[in-house]
Design a protein around this ligand. Sequence first.
Ligand SMILES: Nc1ncnc2c1ncn2[C@@H]1O[C@H](COP(=O)(O)OP(=O)(O)OP(=O)(O)O)[C@@H](O)[C@H]1O
Ligand SMILES: [Mg+2]
Length: 285
Amino acid sequence: MIEVKNVTFSYYEESETDTKNNEPVPVALENVSLHISEGEFVSIVGRNGSGKSTLAKLLNGLIVPKTGVVTVAGMDTVNDETIFDVRKTVGMVFQNPDNQIIGTTVEEDVAFGPENLGVPTEEMHKIVAEAIETVGLTKFSKTEPHLLSGGQKQRAAIAGVIAMRPKCIVLDESTAMLDPIGRREVMSVIEKLNREEGITVILITHHMDEVAMTGRSILMNDGKISFDGTPRELFSNTKLVHDSGLELPQPAYLMELLGLDTGIISPEEAADKIASMLRGGNHVS
Ligand SMILES: Nc1ncnc2c1ncn2[C@@H]1O[C@H](COP(=O)(O)OP(=O)(O)OP(=O)(O)O)[C@@H](O)[C@H]1O
Ligand SMILES: [Mg+2]
């Protein structure tokens, strides 16, 4: 579905190099290779400035690699003729919901994308209603978006993206500004899109409990991928987690404090392990 091959990206041109001091051009991504298959639910983590957003923007052609290749469903993102299809295939949801709202009602806002694609009116009503229903905002269809809560606004933004029928959605810290309820609402919509509609999801986040919900986690360090595996594998590697400026999710952190295996992903799992040790008379030292 998505192929990133030996990609290096810099926000600066070679000509901007400080030739006097022979400073190298700072690179945001360095020789990154990555394959994402259809239907995957992938999280991308890493400290501020590690290159997560840069990678996200490369995936739908908002920026193109300096060296290397990014292809989306076989389309090279540098190709101007297919860039429109690339953007339709990979939808993006950003951090601030207020910057993503255009319409005066939720319905109008969600219709913006398909309208631009030239979808006939009849069909558009159906697509828009379905997208709004998927994110659970049907009763707010005629509501002015600015009256919605943060979580509802982000769900409206997601509806706007899914109305374009993308194969993949990239969410760049889309839950960062939300309270726990808003976050849960958005995560449950994303999970449903992946599980029920088979949409590939790429979730950039600093919340490790969200990482635990994904099937695969990619860790960025200094513009490079320093880990690619399951969240369970990531959490078991406490040294890597700490060295990368991340925190374990709470249940795994509890296990770490107890000196136990941190490769768990849910509070229930932690509770089960501790309970069974207590039943077995083992000391949790
Ligand atoms: N528009 C830009 N112009 C110049 N440099 C940039 C620009 N955007 C990002 N960078 C630089 O590129 C590197 C990677 O940044 P990026 O935004 O991809 O990181 P990030 O992992 O998304 O960070 P955060 O967690 O803060 O969102 C950083 O060194 C950053 O300073
Ligand atoms: Mg970012």
